[in-house]
Design a protein around this ligand. Structure first.
Ligand code: NAI
Length: 326
């Protein structure tokens, strides 16, 4: 059996974590031969609820769960951590403007970025789930100057998975038949799900669908899926978000599927003309515990315009919190 690794989850008493923690402890994220120590962070008022979650984790008797820490101190939660899933965030309250939301979260993610910088493993892999995920990831990254910026990522995998299913269902095929799809940009309504390079069972996706469906149905359905789930379920997507977090971390740690791409919000190196340093979603492949951006993906004028629009939104989010960025 391997030595245990440390996995930090913030917002550990929340809805997503209730679907996430049990799967991490079962081995779904890092493999069934990898013991884990869970380091769970919550705000002080939620510590009692967190205790209940920890009791349930105990009661599952997971053989891979090698230890658990429950705390309201980020310095404790991120100590020596190898994987950090930043799920906890401040939700938008009544009367709160977008810029208030950005500022409230900027505070949380700057504290957590500093704690990661000071206490985490130098090889830590960070996934930000809490919204606005890309800009929260940027804030955490900028507050962790001693950690390679490549180690801070934002979750776009839920959007990617949503797009896979819409395309598979429309073409009457299975998820396994769909390859090389990507969602570019921000985890928000400006995200751009792009199927121009995708194939379904070996055939070009665009040859199986028509432009009006792609433009007026597929793209808005993927972009607005979160809102549609809230409307239907009366609560936000938690289990599918947790599943996407598992997919993102598992692929990053253990490698993504051969011949396919995944969408990850990552530190832009300027590829595809996207401003360097933004946390932007690109098509990626993962191997040896690292990711790389797939180069040479063809982007037509339709795609370029949408990639720019979502980049513009990320620049505006960054500028709105500029005073809080080191
Ligand atoms: P939730 O409200 O059920 O849970 C959030 C938890 O975070 C709460 O228990 C709260 O006490 C905790 N928390 C707040 N501030 C914290 C801090 N400073 N440190 C530690 N814990 C803190 O929310 P849920 O449904 O679990 O969602 C969490 C976040 O994930 C939300 O921001 C949501 O918008 C986002 N989300 C992101 C998705 C993505 O694709 N990137 C998809 C779905 C949700």
């Amino acid at each position: 059996m391997k030595a245990p690794v440390r996995v930090t989850v913030t917002g550990a008493a929340g809805q997503i974590s209730y679907s996430l923690l049990f799967r991490i402890a079962s081995g779904a994220m890092l493999g069934e031969d990898q013991p884990v120590i869970l380091q769970l962070l919550e705000i002080t008022p939620a510590l009692e609820a967190l205790k209940g979650v920890a009791m349930e984790l105990d009661d599952c008797a997971f053989p891979l769960l090698a230890g658990m820490v429950c705390t309201d101190d980020p310095n404790v939660a991120f100590k020596d951590t190898d994987y950090a899933l930043l799920v906890g965030a401040r939700p938008r309250g009544p009367g709160m403007e977008r810029k208030d939301l950005l500022s409230a979260n900027a505070e949380i993610f700057s504290v957590q970025g500093k704690a990661i910088n000071d206490h985490a493993s130098r090889d830590v892999k960070v996934l930000v789930v809490g919204n606005p995920a890309n800009t929260n990831a940027l804030i955490a990254q900028r507050n962790a100057p001693d950690i390679n910026p490549r180690q801070f990522t934002a979750m776009m995998r839920l959007d990617h998975n949503r797009a896979l299913t819409q395309l598979a269902q429309k073409t009457g095929k299975t998820i396994a038949d769909v390859k090389n799809l990507v969602v570019w940009g921000n985890h928000s309504a400006t995200q751009y799900p792009d199927v121009h390079n995708a194939t379904v069972d070996g055939a070009a996706a665009m040859s199986l669908i028509d432009q009006p469906w792609y433009e007026n149905d597929f793209i808005p359905t993927v972009q607005q899926r979160g809102a549609a789930i809230i409307k239907a379920r009366g609560a936000s997507s938690a289990a599918s978000a947790a599943n996407a977090a598992i997919d993102h971390m598992r692929d990053w740690a253990l490698g993504s599927a051969e011949g396919d791409w995944v969408s990850m919000g990552i530190y832009s190196d300027g590829s595809y003309g996207i401003e360097e340093g933004l946390i932007y979603s690109f098509p990626c492949v993962c191997k040896n515990g690292d990711w790389e951006i797939v180069q040479g993906v063809e982007t037509n004028d339709f795609s370029k315009a949408r990639m720019k629009a979502t980049e513009q939104e990320l620049k505006e989010e960054r500028d709105a919190v500029a005073h809080l960025l080191p």
